[in-house]
Design a binder for this molecule. Sequence first.
Ligand code: BDP
Length: 716
Amino acid sequence: MTGLRFILLILLAAASPLKASDGYELWLGHPPLSESEIQGVAEGLRALCAPSRGALQQTARREILEATERMLGSALAPVETVDQEGVLVLGTPESSSIIAGLDLADDLETLSEEGFLIRRLEVDGHPAIVIASAGDRGVLYGTFAFLRHLQVHRSLDKLDRMESPRFRLRLLNHWDNLDGSVERGYAGRSLWDWEELPEVTDPRLADYARANASIGLNGSVLNNVNASARSLEPEYLHKAAAIAGEFRPYGIPVFLSARFSAPMELGGLSTADPLDEKVSAWWKRKAEEIYRIIPDFGGFLVKANSEGQPGPLTYGRSHADGANMLAAAVEPHGGVVMWRAFVYDPEPGSDRIAQAYDAMKPLDGEFASNVLLQIKNGPLDFQPREPFHPLFGGMAETQLMPELQVTQEYLGHSWQLAFLAPMWREFLHADTHAKGPGSTVTATVDGSLFDQNLTGIAGVANTGSDRNWTGHPLAQANWYAFGRLAWNPDLTSEAIAREWIAMTLTRDEEAAATVERLLLESREAVVDYSMPLGLTHLMWEGHHYGPQPWCDHLGRPDWNPTYFHRADEEGIGFDRTKEGSNALAQYHPAVRSRFADPATCPDEYLLWFHRVPWDFEMKSGRTLWEELARHYQRGVDWVEAAREKWSGLKGKIDPEIHAEVAERLEIQERDATRWRDACLLYFGTFSKRPLPDGVGGPSQSLEEFRRQDPLDLEGP
Ligand code: BDP
């Protein structure tokens, strides 16, 4: 081979897209580094000194060996001592006499058992890299952090990191049913094959757990919050135990959603009253049985007295009575109860979004020490944008756990691109003012502002049996982002996007920058074309895909889009000020006064908190109607431009993935346009104003939009 050809080949290899194949490997493909990359980041790394003690440390050791083999071309050589330069030393003071001999005790003490430090240190006279933790899990998380560092090509030169996760429980919630379906799942069937279990365990179970561990998640709730009591039958507990067995080497204990009336359905009792001794005794025995079958079982998640689910209110008892009774059953085994605050009155009456606060706030201080109140980020229901739930910062004596939705129930399912890190950060960093300015939501739940011993965060999973796990190839980034933010809510969306792109799609800087911008802007575009200026819940009934702002016939008034937007000839929006529902009173005075005045209320929440006339003058000087129309148009324009940018990435991204995303963006443009046209036509019947210049006119009549279920249109 001539020298020139050789150089050309090397250049080609360096610029070629990462072969992400079918997406199965997620961010763990560990593609080979080029010679120059190895020189830049990993030169001199030769050997691994890691104990093969304990399942988690064994996993860590195997991960390093396998990943370095793939990335560097040959695995690090396992060694017992450090007698050369370039050794990676791994372990805890208990598992490794080398780590025990280093001067790390003070540092390790400041970290949690899950925390780790990674540092360049002199070991037995040789420069080495040390990954140390006080606990086995920390070794595993440190390992994955180190591998991530290599993958995104940060130099090892100045490596010095100390990290502990901000939340103690970092869980995925699976809304998976025993028949294999997934409520609000858009990526195929459930990953758990209840029929085949426990005899047959799919290798995907371990791959799933590995992916979670690699981003710092540490538990999974296996079944739907709309739970079947059968999940607690011995037969299903043995199936869950088989799953737990596959997850264990990755430090992912399982949890179950518990149906509150299970003592009646399974135990033949005539009541599920939490204060009835027979009931509490039944749960105690059930907990003992569960822990016999699954010794490291994590605990229960409970949806009670919500949307038809059974609960303690049926017996005149409180949510705290119910939660504490279950908490007492799991407490001797170290289990927790996550009691959901997603409740609204069975009989519609007052403002729906205010009802959870009204139901839970009076119980502040009444929950047992192993109970967490699990609260959705916003007071309604996982909309593309909501203000933070006023219970955050509002229950100082209760351990609170945010619940986020990773699956895109209201953000275009897996047909549309919406990178959710910016949305979650907006929530996590919202200022509750609970203890003065700077009281972010995170600070109110991570134990720093209030005395909260047990902390946690949950994400409703977007995974399923699809080969690429998440349906939309780029939706993998949301799973990734949830894990990274659960570990460290201060990470920026940019940093998370950048990591994910480098580990999955491309290392070409220009292409990566383009993808990064698309990811970062995508959620705002969805807000623009589906619910601008604080409008909300305008989605099609049932499946929640596409627009149905005219819908007014559902079982209860407060399920209807018309309830939320209240448009008529005078104006549009929901008045939540003192003159209206007064839901604003639930916020701290500083937040309340900002939102209460239309002049200081941010545009993005205007119609959430206010009802204003069509000619209301916006901060931009435009009328509300014009501004609304422009937002719809801006959303559509974004998707159009995104398609173009994406098509420019051809050849720089794995062709299969490129084609799949391109196809979905085409659908997204069609459906964003539908949102704009259907909503503007419909709201135009009230506003009776023309579309402003630059806003596209509809291609169909309102009647046609009303007739056609958007989910029946062709999908990917
Ligand atoms: C809503 C979903 C519904 C869930 C419910 C919940 O539409 O499927 O059961 O939330 O969180 O968002 O309990």
